[in-house]
Design a protein around this ligand. Structure first.
Ligand code: URA
Length: 271
């Protein structure tokens, strides 16, 4: 069915009081194809949103009573998540999240790498060690915060061994419904996007981290800060410059979270 006819048909149903229409996988893939080709009519975009960056299912319903049970149920759904599998560019092992499902502070990274895939836990390799150091400097234990990724599967490469790559916007979009559902469950007071991919995946912006940091954004009504990825810090040879920038972002987050900030902490990584 051509897109305008489909829209007219849906409008007719709406007039008849129908509020929900079920679609099967085939219909969903036809619609996605129409959308990506730009054939479907859509409202004017207010900022840079590529069709491929839209999530492929707007909400996932978690089961369970407690936050921990609900997160566990999301992880079970993610294990066999067809939109991610269908891309054929992500590996099969799903890595969901770590930490406290009732945390005040949620950190969102990019995607699992080699070590994360082995241990099935986000941020357990060198970037994870750097992240743990940052958290420690903030006076926070890793177990007290909630750690997730904007892509739940390690992006695949040809002849892959320990090498990793960044997830594409399409790849991130397949996991975005989970991140949104996680936020609804955890209800953090503050979210931090670690690095450009996480920022791009959440804010659907192609601006670099340098332009997105130092101000507050909103994601699902929650204050969100953008900072550099811990692995970016690992690549910086000398000097406190970039570390200080990340630290200033963390100081802003600590203040927002109402955490105590000592004079010593305020001065970390100053040149
Ligand atoms: N980098 C990320 O962004 N996430 C991980 O889980 C590991 C490395």
């Amino acid at each position: 069915m051509a897109a305008p006819i489909l829209l007219d048909y849906l409008k007719q149903l709406e007039k008849q009081g129908v509020t929900h229409v079920g679609i099967d996988d085939h219909a969903r893939s036809v619609l996605r194809e129409l959308y990506t080709r730009g054939s479907a009519r859509r409202p004017a975009e207010t900022h840079t949103v590529k069709p491929s960056q839209r999530s492929q299912s707007d909400s996932i319903v978690a089961q369970g009573n407690t936050a921990a049970e609900k997160i566990a149920s999301l992880a079970t759904i993610a294990e066999t998540w067809q939109p991610a599998r269908a891309l054929g560019s992500l590996r099969d092992t799903m890595v969901f999240s770590a930490g406290n499902p009732e945390a005040d502070f949620m950190l969102v990274g990019e995607a699992p790498g080699f070590q994360e895939e082995q241990k099935r836990e986000p941020f357990v390799g060198p970037a994870g060690e750097k992240l743990n150091q940052i958290l420690k400097a903030m006076g926070l234990a890793r177990e007290k915060v909630y750690i997730s990724n904007v892509c739940k599967f390690r992006p695949a490469t040809r002849n892959q061994t320990t090498n990793n790559r960044k997830p594409s916007p399409e790849e991130m979009a397949t996991s975005l419904p989970f991140v949104k559902a996680e936020i609804d469950i955890v209800k953090p007071s503050v979210i931090v996007a670690l690095g450009g991919s996480a920022a791009q995946g959440l804010l659907v912006s192609d601006k670099p981290v340098g332009q997105l940091r130092e101000s507050w954004h909103q994601f699902q009504g929650i204050p969100l800060r953008v900072t550099y990825h811990p692995s970016y810090l690992l690549r910086q040879e000398d000097g406190p410059g970039e570390k200080r920038k990340v630290w200033e972002d963390m100081l802003a987050i600590m203040e927002k979270l109402g955490l105590p900030v000592s004079e010593k902490q305020r001065g970390y990584f100053k040149a």
